[in-house]
Design a protein around this ligand. Structure first.
Ligand code: UDP
Ligand code: MG
Length: 326
């Protein structure tokens, strides 16, 4: 049983001025009902993390905090650090003042009504509750196809992720404290959280369309995210190269036998097309292999530098616990 009840919502926001007021309003309503049902305590807060937005997002967050500091807090990052880093910045900032934290997108695609079930599961003793989308009725065929392909490809490549779960999840303080020990710079939270362990479960929800504004994840960023996920969590691509090299060696050995046989059969003027083809094929394979190795070398480079993953410029929060500590 988990008895403590301080819930901190962590909501990363990058140029979200169009949805933020609505998100704030709906989350506040949800908080009121959760407090009424005694599932969370009144010290719970909603923390918006401004990830270096270029629009009025931070102004809106400050306004929310000023008008209702018992509900809204804000974190201002020094610059845009990307979704994963913004989420981590939020989680690490609140990890000592909350009993549980839920991360959620600002665009209302994650179903706010799933929060009840998440908190209930937490009280039943779960330390991690994954929000899993049950249907993709609202996605375009393309998004559905690429997104589901992403999960399948990820697991084929050996990165253990929860199918159809993005970054809508609850984590207990205990899990957050363990997460703080994962020092990697190439963040892929949905791969890291299952590695921490502890009792976990899933709640299912239907993902809605973005309420307003545009997706900040165009195809290019999505592909980069997938490559990052795989290379951060699996060395399987490297092993595949070895297998490929092995198969190629066998094939070329057979080809050698074949040329010898053809030569002794006396028909040796053939050979141009097979030579040219194999040069291109082997060249392509080598480049691919180098590319994959390059991905990993690049990662090692980023990891050894140990640069900070985010920089918090400001944390506006009025929590009783914090004030006591001051
Ligand atoms: N986001 C962020 N930093 C970024 C890009 C996105 O904090 O550099 C936030 C964004 O404000 C949103 C969430 O990450 O709350 C998910 O982004 P989005 O909805 O654009 O992605 P999609 O749902 O289209 O995959
Ligand atoms: Mg979205």
């Amino acid at each position: 049983m988990n008895n403590e009840k301080i819930l901190y919502m962590v909501v990363p926001c990058y140029n979200e001025e169009a949805v933020l007021p609505e998100t704030a309003k709906r989350l506040k309503e949800k908080y009121s009902s959760l407090i009424e049902r005694n599932l969370i305590s009144p010290e719970s807060r909603i923390v918006f993390v401004n990830d270096g937005s270029k629009d009025k997002t931070w102004d809106i967050i400050q306004e929310l905090h000023n008008s209702d500091s018992a509900t809204f807090s804000g974190i201002n990052l020094a610059r845009n650090s990307g979704h994963q880093n913004a989420v981590l910045a939020g989680l690490m900032t609140v990890k000592d003042i909350c009993s549980m934290a839920i991360t959620m997108d600002a665009d209302l695609q994650d179903d706010i009504n799933a929060i009840d079930a998440m908190v209930e599961k937490y009280h039943e003793g779960n330390h991690v509750v994954y929000g899993v989308r049950s249907a993709r009725n609202n996605d375009t065929f393309f998004k559905k196809f690429t997104a589901e392909g992403f999960y399948k490809f990820m697991s084929a490549m050996g990165a253990d992720v929860v199918y159809n779960h993005a970054d809508f999840r609850l984590m207990s303080r205990r899990v957050l404290q363990e997460l703080a020990n994962y020092r990697e710079v190439n963040l892929f939270l949905r791969g890291m959280v299952p590695l921490i362990g502890f009792q976990s479960c899933s709640v299912y929800y239907e993902r809605a369309e973005r309420f307003a504004g545009e997706s900040k994840y165009p195809l290019k960023k999505m592909l980069a995210f997938a490559v990052n996920g795989i290379t951060s969590f699996s060395t399987k691509p490297l092993k595949l190269i070895t297998t490929m090299g092995f198969i190629m060696s066998i094939v070329s050995f057979l080809a050698m036998l074949w040329t010898i046989i053809v030569k002794f059969a006396g028909a040796s003027e053939l050979g141009w097309s097979s030579t040219v083809c194999s040069i291109w094929f082997i060249g392509g394979l080598q480049l691919l292999a180098l590319g994959i190795i390059g991905e990993y070398v690049g990662k090692i480079y980023a990891e050894v530098k140990q640069r900070p993953r985010y920089i918090v410029a400001e944390f506006i929060n009025n929590s009783e616990k914090e004030e006591k500590e001051k």
